[in-house]
Ligand binder design. Structure first.
Ligand SMILES: [Zn+2]
Length: 450
């Protein structure tokens, strides 16, 4: 198979040479952070280490403390808005990314210098090159620009590669499809659920993508899927489908030319290890995952100047494979495609991170509401839906129920930016004493209805 390299030298190194190169970057980064970040200085002091104690990979794994979301939030409290981790003068901050969703846990602030941004785009452009996009491609970006990292990073990468970009984030699905047809777009990025929505909406508009569209390469990502979903999308669109995983904290992985499924089996993402050191650890023991084992993603950005940190625990649950599980020869370790999940109960709804605590707070501050159940699903017309069903106290009159359902929907929208359908439960919810699981995620079942 023809290989598409963005940085041939890096992508064709031996694993050994690549690890040596990565180690040099990491070592410099550790010294840079230690000299400038209050957060890192406190962490190293507590662990009784200095950069001199980190002489090899084993030292890094065994001595350097983890950083968690709570550490970043506490650090921001200590010195708003960027925290004591800000390692550049404030005027060097070129963009500010917040982790998505006004979660119950708060939003991390990630400051980015112009240089940080440019270096990060090396990763984005590598992924797009693997997808096969190049100058001359007409590509849709469906994400509205906001304070999260996704849209600027995708847009920046598309622009750097010289693609013809259609910024359609502000339009509804129907309008997006009309543009795609009218301008013969050749590619687009869409989350797994949104790819389903586009496919289904096209059918309702009597558009047959294979016949009426010019799409040749699709990049999907962010959500898990069953294996046949990819094949179905390939057939519907007559296009190659690629898949990626990315986080604001710089954990990034993408399928190479081999794509997300190999026959009827799941394939591999390569972690972009030149953007960040990616570790997959057993969350209980801290030991590195063995090939085929599931573990937690831990990430250390390299070359991140503004808001750097070491060994950030993402709570993303991934299945690890070594670099040579994939036959493309790239020296970057792998993850299994389409199965990335969470260790905690964070939900990704329409690409936005939401913790159930936010919804709990909205519902349980209404004294007339006694319980609720949430459901995420794909509707019959292919839309990603989020629903909250409220149980009211006995005796609450219909008018009040109506008002409360609207109020709950409005408050959830204010807090998360996402529209939830709010209704009343058909019957009383069974009373559970121990650890309530209020949410059902039925989205995988709904993929590929079309
Ligand atoms: Zn590969």
């Amino acid at each position: 198979m023809e290989r598409r390299y963005y940085n041939r030298q890096l992508e064709t190194m031996s694993r050994e040479d690549f690890r040596a190169y990565q180690w040099r970057l990491l070592k410099e980064q550790i010294e840079y952070i230690y000299a400038r970040s209050g957060l890192c200085q406190r962490q190293f002091k507590a662990a009784k280490i200095t950069p001199d104690d980190i002489k090899d990979w084993a030292d890094f794994r065994n001595k350097v403390p983890y950083t968690t979301k709570l550490d970043l939030l506490a650090d921001q409290e200590m010195k708003p808005p960027y925290g004591t981790r800000l390692a550049v003068p404030e005027e060097e901050v070129f963009q500010m990314w917040l982790t998505s969703g006004t979660s119950g846990k708060g939003q991390e602030v990630h400051a980015v210098t112009r240089e940080d941004f440019e270096l990060f785009l090396n990763g984005t452009c590598t992924m797009y090159t693997w997808v096969g996009w190049k100058k001359g491609d007409r590509v849709m970006l469906p994400l509205p620009l906001g304070v999260t990292a996704a849209a600027p990073v995708h847009l920046g990468g598309m622009q750097r590669l010289g693609l013809t970009v259609f910024n359609l984030g502000m339009y509804d699905t129907r309008t997006k499809l009309e543009y795609m047809k009218r301008f013969r777009l050749t590619g687009f990025f869409a989350t797994v659920a949104y790819l389903e929505t586009l496919t289904s909406e096209a059918e309702q508009m009597d558009i047959v993508p294979l016949r009426d569209m010019a799409v040749r390469r699709i990049m999907t990502g962010i959500q898990p899927y069953p294996v046949p979903f990819i094949d179905r999308m390939r057939q519907k669109w007559g296009a190659e489908v690629y898949d990626y995983y990315g986080t604001t904290q710089y954990a990034t992985a993408c399928t190479c030319e081999n794509g997300p499924v190999l026959g009827d089996q799941r394939g591999y993402y390569h972690m972009l290890e030149f953007v960040a050191v990616h570790e997959v650890i057993n969350p209980d023991t801290g030991q590195p995952a063995k090939p085929g084992e599931i573990g937690e993603m831990v990430v250390t950005p390299l070359n991140k100047k503004a808001s750097p940190y070491l060994r950030f625990r993402l709570a993303d649950k991934v299945r690890y494979f070594p670099y040579d599980a994939c036959d493309c020869g790239r020296p970057f370790d792998c993850l299994e495609t389409g199965t990335i999940a969470r260790y905690d109960d964070m939900m990704k709804v329409k690409g936005i991170n939401i913790w159930p605590e936010v919804i709990d707070e909205v519902v349980f501050t209404k004294e007339e509401c006694i319980e609720y159940r949430g459901r995420l699903y794909i509707s019959d017309d292919g839309r990603e839906k989020a629903e909250v069903a409220l149980e009211f106290k006995p005796g609450v009159v219909p008018d009040v129920k109506q008002r409360l359902m609207k109020l709950v929907a409005d408050e959830i929208r204010d807090r998360t930016g996402i529209g939830f359908d709010v209704r009343e439960t058909a019957e009383p919810i069974p009373h559970v004493v121990f650890k309530v699981r209020r949410w059902a995620d039925e989205r995988q079942k709904g993929l590929g209805r079309t």
